[in-house]
Design a protein. Structure first.
Length: 267
């Protein structure tokens, strides 16, 4: 029980998590000339590239949008890309979380179950910057933000147990099976186009739309766009997703605890 409490409510270790996440963020940009400015520049550059490709080269129009400006189109895309980027960063890193920290496993008494929290906190910096950009640009384009924009953090809340659960599962498997990371790269590429990033769920045929409910990112992306447009999240779907992702996190933590005993022998 204490192990699960440490996994799901690491309040006593919050300082350690923040310190390690801060170190990861600084290490990522330490050698670059612009440093931490890349945290904001990267999403802006992504926004420009995807807008150029989908809006001006492929001539994509958002279904149902009337008199849509280039920036409106870009922000709809970016609402989905911000969610996916956070998810993909956490999941892609998960198989190597233990392999990248052999000293923490072999030589230091360290609660390695916190490593997914560190990964999520590090990726959360980029998500937070993306959220500020989304709010700021939407407010600028539309002359203000709707009251529902206050629910943006709630719309993103189901992402946390989702990435934690998958990280514990993938870290446990990836420590023993080194091919997991290679498979995940292909899976993330497919998931990006199978998620409603470049199109709304409503644009899909009814039969396909039902299957989209199996995509854990679909509801989060849809709710992100909804709160920025003045609507509230679908609270029933939101509660169901939060409960399902919490069960996944519970299963992931249980699995991680069972397999961690052999980590020191394989890293």
């Amino acid at each position: 029980m204490s192990f699960l409490l440490d996994c799901f409510w690491p309040w006593r270790q919050r300082g350690l998590i923040a310190q390690l996440a801060r170190r990861e963020v600084h290490a990522r940009y330490r050698q670059s000339a612009l440093g931490l400015a890349w945290v904001a520049l990267t999403p802006l550059l992504m926004l420009g590239v995807y807008t150029l490709v989908f809006r001006h080269i492929m001539r994509v129009r958002w279904p149902g949008a009337v008199d849509e400006s280039n920036l409106d189109f870009a922000l709809r895309l970016y609402a989905g890309l911000a969610v996916f980027a956070f998810f993909a960063e956490c999941v892609n890193r998960a198989p190597g979380l233990i392999l990248e920290q052999p000293n923490l496993v072999k030589k230091v008494v360290f609660p390695i179950e916190l490593l997914p929290w560190v990964s999520a906190a590090s990726a959360g910096v980029g998500l937070g910057v993306s959220g500020l950009l989304l709010l700021g640009l939407n407010g600028w384009v539309h002359g203000g933000l709707p009251l529902s924009a206050l629910a943006l953090p709630l719309a993103w809340l189901p992402l946390l147990p989702l990435v934690l659960g998958l990280s514990w599962l993938l870290a446990g498997v990836g420590t023993y099976v080194r091919d997991v990371g290679q498979v995940l790269g292909m899976a993330m590429s497919a998931l990006m186009f199978l998620s409603p990033i470049f199109y709304p769920v409503e644009a899909l045929p009814e039969a396909v739309r039902a299957w989209m409910g199996l995509n854990p990112l679909a509801g989060v992306i849809t709710d992100t766009r909804a709160v920025l447009a003045g609507a509230w999240p679908d609270w029933g779907r939101w509660a169901l997703a939060l409960a399902a992702h919490s069960l996944l996190a519970l299963a992931g933590a249980w699995f991680f605890r069972r397999v961690r005993v052999g980590f020191a022998d394989v890293v």
